[in-house]
Design a protein around this ligand. Structure first.
Ligand SMILES: Nc1nc2c(c(=O)[nH]1)N[C@H]1C(S)=C(S)[C@@H](COP(=O)(O)OP(=O)(O)OC[C@H]3O[C@@H](n4cnc5c(=O)[nH]c(N)nc54)[C@H](O)[C@@H]3O)O[C@H]1N2
Ligand SMILES: Nc1nc2c(c(=O)[nH]1)N[C@H]1C(S)=C(S)[C@@H](COP(=O)(O)OP(=O)(O)OC[C@H]3O[C@@H](n4cnc5c(=O)[nH]c(N)nc54)[C@H](O)[C@@H]3O)O[C@H]1N2
Ligand SMILES: [Mo]
Length: 762
């Protein structure tokens, strides 16, 4: 396909959405029938976690949502007949996309090491085998991973199963994603979630989007930003890449733009910060405000600060002492640019700030996010209409899974409530392993079992090749999944692969169609009900599989597993009781779920109640790092090589959902038919003596563990970005991510700041 400068969104988006269905062989009449579905009775989009725009048609109307739906609704099957034809050794040679594209898993499978194939096993035998294996293992040496698509009901049962069995090892995809955001917010404002609601986007006069590519990953946010800029709000972005959606976006819902095929500039300015330079940039903004205040302007909301905050004086002192030259060098932005940004924000009466992986996938992620929240606190921009801090979540129910306790550390009250509600139940109170701890446990052999409720654990984490190899040595693996992926191709010595229903599938229990519930990025909890007849009778719902596993494994009778799943209202009634004093808002859960659009889980910080230690919102000074990852990588090289070291970020293309790769194109970055590329700015290509289209080996420099990591034969492509930076796609570039390079405190792999050197392939 030819290079294009078509607007992001627009006609291209509508075409791509329809193409996604036809590629899967899904007839137009099926597409029409579900697009017409009445939203409150439909299914939650299996794509991202940004809320639905009220009044939007169909279960989802964004291109990326429709791709996710088409991918899930496919009639193609990865059944026993398929696996009979392919050994796992052979399948491991396949590309990511080709493995998942085989289709939906339709029957339970067990790995047979003799034939090196997955072979069918009856459900009853699979569950019995799992129970026998788990009983033979030490519970603290087994991990239960959750990816963020599981419904609240499935997630609740999953953590109950793990803790009743005796394992608190509940790593989740959040550990790889917004963990730093939750941690930063909890410490600073007492709630680990965002404070705004969708309506705030309509009231804000300024929206700053940091480290995020919404045209690709949250198109519904993109639509919201487009609407905001059209009504006169100022939209600003901070990103090393000038992502096309910011500068040229047509909303597929805007009839005029669709007819003329013209886009609209959404972001007034894109501040092309250096990879990892946000901490410095955000400090620069605050420093400018301090200077303006000293000149007699009133920028800060002193009444708010006095009433609600602590740490103001210490923050001022830190900012006064910060050096502009250092800020410019670390951020890659000029003092003028930062002044301009500070002035834009200072003019605003209602500011919203959103962010995503561009901030979290860094060593200093927590400090950076807290520095960003400082900006909002200094100006009283939390807890009033049109304001707030918004970590835009990834998976459609990643926030809900946490609310349901799928995490390695939970409040005592959550445990106590479950025990009180289910007499005879005893749950472990240990602190468990997170995703990094689980990967390390697999690598050193201390973990003996991995069970996963969705996801692609090994590929999504750090040091994927080593973790995959370690999985093959692990005594027991069990995956509950919709489609096969690379992690499944490395089963343990006993390996089960169990097929589950997805969001779009009708889930019948005891003869009745069931609904599940999910929580979006703005804490709205709503119902989701599938509409498609499942491809096979052998596929079971996630709650059913988890409950049947519980029934097979745990015999003390304290949890009525099978009774609970006959009617999911029973699970929700249980959740309601267990949430008392833990998360507000679950009173009358079942009744409230009937409301169209669902209900909001109140957020104390949004009411300006600060439930952190100290009971006040914290203004937190953070020093600029001196021993950053680039500096450490350079320290291992002769000075003459330092100029060749680049900071590489792993990003998503427009044609994937995490490790699920729909296609080989990324039309907003003009890449077609390949994903093995490394992006550099034209200036960087010249400086390094390279040329576009050239093949290079990418050397991931040794940092703290003395190990180098490699990508071989990647193609150089040009893309405007900040100097000294490079980009490549996740998951192809994940082998570069070291287990030892993580966000401090949060332990999230720092997948956006990998020090690399490029070597031309000769
Ligand atoms: N269609 C689709 N939707 C998705 C997903 C998907 O894969 N496909 N994934 C879902 C998930 S789980 C998540 S977490 C989100 C991810 O959504 P994003 O965070 O938007 O995803 P990434 O592609 O990782 O993009 C990171 C963005 O941050 C920028 N960036 C990288 N490093 C830095 C930095 O140091 N500073 C700044 N300021 N910016 C930086 C990159 O240029 C890029 O624009 O999307 C969710 N939605
Ligand atoms: N280098 C690098 N690594 C990254 C990132 C990055 O930007 N760069 N991003 C990180 C982020 S933000 C995240 S969230 C993680 C994602 O990590 P994961 O959540 O582990 O990965 P996914 O790719 O979302 O999982 C896809 C698989 O989930 C299964 N699946 C899909 N739908 C369902 C369902 O409804 N039920 C069940 N049971 N299974 C289902 C399918 O088998 C599919 O193959 O990756 C992280 N890894
Ligand atoms: Mo994510």
């Amino acid at each position: 396909m030819a290079e294009t400068n078509q607007p992001a969104g627009g006609r291209g988006a509508v075409k791509a959405a329809f193409d996604a269905f036809s590629e899967q062989g899904i007839p137009l009449k099926v597409v029409r029938s579900f697009l017409k579905a009445n939203k409150p009775e439909g299914f939650d989009c299996p794509g991202c976690a940004f809320p639905d725009r009220p009044g939007s048609f169909g279960p989802d109307s964004c291109e990326q949502g429709q791709k996710a739906i088409a991918w899930e609704m496919t009639p193609r099957k990865a059944d026993a007949a398929f696996f009979a034809q392919h050994t796992l050794t052979e399948l491991r040679q396949w590309r990511e996309r080709d493995i998942e594209a085989v289709g939906r898993l339709t029957e339970p499978l067990r790995y047979n090491a003799q034939t090196d194939r997955y072979e069918p096993i009856a459900w009853v035998d699979a569950l019995q085998l799992a129970a026998t294996e788990l009983r033979a293992l030490e519970p603290t040496r087994v991990s239960f991973y959750t990816s963020g698509r599981a419904s609240n009901e499935a997630a609740f049962l999953w953590q109950l199963l793990a803790r009743a069995y005796g394992s608190a090892n509940l790593p989740d995809s959040s550990n790889l994603c917004h963990e730093p955001s939750g941690l930063a917010l909890k410490e600073q404002i007492g709630v680990g979630k965002g404070t705004a609601q969708l309506s705030d986007f309509e009231l804000a006069d300024c929206i700053l989007v940091v480290g995020q590519n919404p045209a690709t990953n949250h198109p519904r946010l993109m639509g919201t930003l487009h609407a905001a800029s059209k009504r006169g709000a100022t939209v600003l972005a901070m990103n090393p890449l000038v992502e096309r959606g910011f500068v040229n976006f047509a909303d597929p819902k805007d009839v005029g733009e669709m007819l003329t095929n013209t886009g609209h500039r959404v972001a007034k300015t894109v501040y092309t910060v250096k990879v990892g330079g946000d901490l410095a940039a955000l400090k620069g903004v605050a420093k400018r405000w301090v200077e303006l205040e000293a000149q007699g302007q009133s920028i800060f909301d002193l009444a708010f600060i006095r009433e609600h905050c602590e740490g103001f004086e210490a923050l001022l002192a830190d900012l006064r002492g910060e050096d502009w030259q250092r800020i410019e060098a670390d951020s890659g932005l000029s003092r003028e640019a930062l002044h301009q940004l500070a002035d834009e924000l200072a003019r605003s009466r209602a500011t919203l700030i959103t962010w995503c992986m561009g901030l979290t996938h860094h060593e200093d992620a927590v400090a950076t996010i807290q520095t960003l929240v400082n900006l909002q606190l200094l100006r009283g921009m939390i807890g009033k209409p049109g304001t707030g801090v918004v970590p835009v979540r990834g998976h459609s129910n990643v926030q809900g899974d946490r609310t349901m306790g799928c995490t390695f550390a939970v409040p005592e009250r959550w445990i106590a409530n479950q025990e009180a509600t289910l007499p005879g139940l005893r749950l472990t109170r240990e602190r468990g392993l997170d995703a990094l701890g689980t990967a390390q446990g697999l690598l050193d052999g201390s973990l003996q079992g991995l069970l996963s409720l969705g996801g692609n654990f090994a590929v999504a984490g750090a040091d994927a090749p080593a973790v995959l190899a370690a999985l093959s040595r692990t005594p027991f693996t069990l995956h509950i999944a919709t489609k096969p992926n690379r992690t499944h191709l490395h089963p343990g010595r006993t390996g089960l692969l169990l097929p589950c229903l997805a969001r779009t599938d009708i889930d019948r229990q005891d003869g009745h169609e069931q609904r599940v519930s999910v929580e979006d990025s703005m804490s709205m909890v709503h119902a989701s009900k599938g509409m498609q007849t499942p491809l096979s009778n052998e596929m079971r719902s996630e709650p059913a599989i988890v409950a049947q596993l519980g029934h097979a494994l745990l015999h003390d009778g304290s949890v009525p597993w099978l009774h609970l799943i006959q009617d999911y209202d029973r699970i929700r009634a249980l959740i309601e009781r267990c949430q008392q004093g833990v998360f507000e808002g679950f009173e009358n859960f079942n009744a409230k779920l009937q409301q169209p659009g669902g209900f909001w889980l109140p957020n104390a910080a949004a009411r300006r109640e600060w439930r952190n230690a100290g009971g006040r919102a914290k203004l937190m000074p953070h020093a600029l790092p001196t021993e950053g990852v680039l500096a450490r990588a350079k320290a291992g090289l002769p000075a003459s090589e330092h100029a060749r070291v680049l900071s590489l970020m792993t990003v998503r293309s427009h044609d994937q959902f995490n490790t699920t790769v729909y296609g080989q194109d990324d039309r907003y970055r003009n890449v077609f038919g390949t994903r093995e590329v490394v992006f550099l700015s034209p200036a960087e290509i010249t400086r390094l003596g390279l040329h576009e289209g050239q093949k290079v080996d990418v050397e991931g420099l040794a940092i703290d563990d003395g190990q180098t990591r490699w990508l071989r034969g990647f193609e150089v492509r040009k893309l405007e970005m900040a100097p000294g930076c490079a980009a490549a796609y996740f998951p192809e570039a994940t082998p570069l991510v070291p287990t030892g390079l993580v966000a401090k405190g949060a332990r999230t792999p720092a997948a956006k700041a990998l020090p690399v050197r490029l070597h031309p392939v000769v």
